[in-house]
Design a protein around this ligand. Sequence first.
Ligand SMILES: NC(=O)C1=CN([C@@H]2O[C@H](COP(=O)(O)OP(=O)(O)OC[C@H]3O[C@@H](n4cnc5c(N)ncnc54)[C@H](OP(=O)(O)O)[C@@H]3O)[C@@H](O)[C@H]2O)C=CC1
Ligand SMILES: CC(=O)N[C@@H](CCC(=O)OP(=O)(O)O)C(=O)O
Length: 300
Amino acid sequence: MAAKVFIDGEVGTTGLQIRDRLVGRADIALISLPEDRRKDAGARAEAFAQADLAILCLPDDAAIEAAAICATLPTRLIDASTAHRVNPDWVFGFAEMAAGQRAAIAGAKRVSNPGCYSTCAIALLRPLVEAGLVSGEADLSIFGISGYSGGGKAMIAEFEKGEANGAFLYATGQKHKHMPEVMAYGKLSRAPVFVPAVGQYAQGMIVQIPVFDVDAGAVHAALQAHYAGSQFISVRPLDQVQPRENPQALNNTNKLELSVLGDSGHVVVSAILDNLGKGASGAAVQNLNIMLGLDEGAGL
Ligand SMILES: NC(=O)C1=CN([C@@H]2O[C@H](COP(=O)(O)OP(=O)(O)OC[C@H]3O[C@@H](n4cnc5c(N)ncnc54)[C@H](OP(=O)(O)O)[C@@H]3O)[C@@H](O)[C@H]2O)C=CC1
Ligand SMILES: CC(=O)N[C@@H](CCC(=O)OP(=O)(O)O)C(=O)O
């Protein structure tokens, strides 16, 4: 029988992309609310009660409210927001992060989807910290650029109406909402500096982290060993230098490509993904597939 799935926030940026990936699947029956009832608490509570699994694609405060509504229901949840990512009652939804993580997701009632920048930073840092190539106490800097869809409907509207014009840096006060999860799951004890930017394009992300005084081959080997056999995460061959790195290279996929740039003892480790793919909606569908015991790549 098809699993009943409710996407709360279905007409938002992340919700729409999840819907696109699930609609038409024979193993999923989507529960939808009409436009005039999609924010009605009673209608949402009914939809949660009918669903086997619900995906929260909401601002943090609404996601916390939705989790409270579901507290006494058997409904399983995936939260795409930042609200529960370092909450010990929720399993972090990054199957490739560590041995046992996929099994934890498969058995979980509550799964928190990682942030887009966080997916990149954790994917790069965790294997290097575990291999002893980067210290969790090191002075680290993380640089990132995202397409403007990363800011949801409000930022998309700013760019589409021409109110925002050109790229910009932001979160300069060093309080970006992804740093707690990057520290927790990247195994860092010292907060990194984070310098994110938004480009004048819709979708796609690069995150880069400089690493000093390491052997590029050892860094590359550690990443390759960690992601060997992975369906969605690849490590670019070490000698494949590209004159330009394109943040849109993996758009409309659930892929994440890691690379090690430079061979002089100072390297930059780099990650590219689609912020709406492996950075959000694709990852949520991957988690849904794992939780429901379906083919992990279905619809992706
Ligand atoms: N965009 C991205 O790249 C990523 C986003 N996320 C996270 O996913 C979540 C959703 O983000 P995103 O899709 O970008 O945001 P959007 O603003 O595009 O969509 C949010 C949706 O939630 C709806 N909504 C708000 N409050 C309620 C409520 N109380 N009940 C029901 N619906 C409500 C909004 O309604 P309305 O349309 O009326 O405003 C909107 O449709 C956020 O927590 C975000 O941090 C995570 C990773 C990446
Ligand atoms: C470009 C942009 O504004 N990006 C958002 C991150 C994407 C997002 O909202 O996602 P999470 O739920 O994963 O935190 C930001 O930096 O706050």
